[in-house]
Write a protein that binds this ligand. Structure first.
Ligand code: AMP
Length: 433
């Protein structure tokens, strides 16, 4: 099946062929098809040369050519009415425990999302599944709900969840805690960047769910704190990203230490050759469910901001962020160093900004994320890796301050806005040469 977001807007609603500019056509940030069309209100001090790449977007970026730049705009989207998704099931239909059902209701989830609707029945039957779905589709609950039920019904069942980033692991655990309230079992997070001691102590209590990143899981196994022989179920979340991040050997090693006849759930946004190989090697006749409809989220209004030659894009960004319309903005940079520097430079201009990247400790990353979620800071500057899988409600804008490396990265970036029923805006800075 191929179904879009469960409560998507039609492509028409998010900007048809003659889509107005993202700010009604009057903003000074309106992308101007003529080069040099950007008008800056006023300069902010000395140009910060370190933020200007030598070539457009830096080395190996997507968006080097005009044809690629066109992909950052959705003006040419054909207006089509997407059918409203009608789920086959209600949560009350699923064969899951009453207490768990109540916890799901308490989360105010009215009906299952497409991935939940299709996958939950198969997972409840113990079948291996492949879910081709991105963050934002409700995939986390699609595996957590049936697996919590499994833990309740099969005494001693233990579940391993592997995720590419610390933030995603923490997010999964939070969602688990909500669904599992009052059910009497534990889950724990085993990620790097955090002290390993408390994780070792938690493992001594044999938690039913262990949610971790491959590197730390391997470390815990090598220290003999984590023994996977008792785990009958494994979830690989965002498997494609784990491959991109070079976790393939760790993933294979970890899976090889689990029982052969295990229950395997596999989630990925893409289905490349490596992913297919991994599925072939580790899953048993899986049911494949895809909820990807098209590669550009239709609820995201996309455009480019041309930075005229000689103009410093930092000034453009700072100017933009001072506008009230830019209330909760995720800014993407290429490097950990650049991201850190950018957040500091914005803060110096009294623009409340935080950064999130791999050089920060888990605690610092979590604090930055919470500050952004709560609205204490209006801009979060992130690298692609750190932002992957983050569930941040109501991001008003995604700004690609540095070009993404690939179109796929671009799609992941802009997927941070326009989530659920909200309409988001994505702006990509393109430096004129
Ligand atoms: P995920 O794709 O798992 O990251 O989920 C994206 C967001 O959708 C999270 O904030 C979930 O809490 C939310 N969500 C998941 N399932 C549902 C549902 N059935 N109804 C409403 N919201 C949901």
């Amino acid at each position: 099946m191929q179904i879009g977001r469960w409560n998507h807007q039609s492509a028409g609603a998010s900007g048809g062929p003659a889509r107005p500019s993202h700010s009604g056509g009057h903003s000074k940030y309106s992308k101007n098809p003529q080069r040099g069309g950007f008008r800056s209100a006023r300069p902010y001090g000395r140009p910060q040369r370190s933020f200007v790449p030598k070539r457009r977007g830096g080395f190996g970026s997507f968006g080097e050519t005009e044809a690629e730049i066109q992909k950052f705009m959705n003006k040419t989207v054909v207006t089509t009415e997407e059918p409203v998704f009608v789920p086959e099931h209600k949560f009350s239909d699923f064969d899951i425990g009453e207490h768990l059902k109540k916890n799901v209701m308490a989360k105010k989830y009215e009906s299952p999302t497409p991935i939940q609707d299709k996958i939950i029945p198969h997972v409840l039957l113990g079948q291996d599944v492949v879910g081709l779905a991105e963050t934002g589709t409700g995939k986390t609950a699609a595996f957590l709900i049936p697996l919590i039920d499994k833990v309740m019904k099969q005494k001693g069942e233990r579940i391993l969840i592997m995720a590419p980033t610390r933030e995603l692991a923490v997010q999964i655990e939070k969602e688990l805690a909500g669904f599992a309230r009052g059910l009497g079992f534990r889950g724990m997070v085993a990620v790097g960047g955090a002290n390993i001691g408390p994780q070792i102590s938690q493992l001594k209590h044999s938690p039913a769910f262990v949610i971790g990143t491959p590197g730390r899981l391997k470390d815990l196994m090598e220290r003999k704190s984590l023994n996977l022989s008792g785990f009958g179920t494994v979830v690989l979340d965002e498997a494609d990203r784990m491959l991109d991040m070079g976790f393939i050997d760790d993933m294979r090693m970890i899976l090889s230490k689990m029982r052969k006849e295990r229950h395997t759930l596999f989630f990925s946004a893409t289905m490349g050759k490596d992913i297919q190989k991994l599925i072939g090697d580790f899953l048993d006749h899986p049911v494949v469910i895809s909820v990807k409809r098209r590669d550009t989220p239709s609820s995201v209004d996309q455009d480019v901001v041309r930075i005229p030659r000689g103009k410093d894009k930092f000034e453009v960004l700072a100017d933009m962020l001072k506008n009230r319309e830019f209330s909760r903005v995720l800014v993407f940079g290429r490097t950990k160093y650049g991201v850190e520097k950018l957040a500091k430079a914005l803060s110096r201009l009294h623009i409340h900004a935080e950064s999130i990247h791999g050089n920060k400790t888990q605690g610092a990353r979590q604090r930055a994320l919470e500050a952004f979620k709560s609205g204490r800071v209006s801009a979060l500057v992130a690298t692609d890796v750190a932002a992957r899988g983050l569930d941040i409600p109501a991001v008003s804008h995604v700004i690609n301050y540095d070009l993404p490396s690939t179109y796929e990265d671009y799609i992941h970036r802009i997927g941070r806005t326009g989530r659920a029923a909200l309409k988001g805006k994505a702006l990509t800075f393109v430096q004129d040469r």
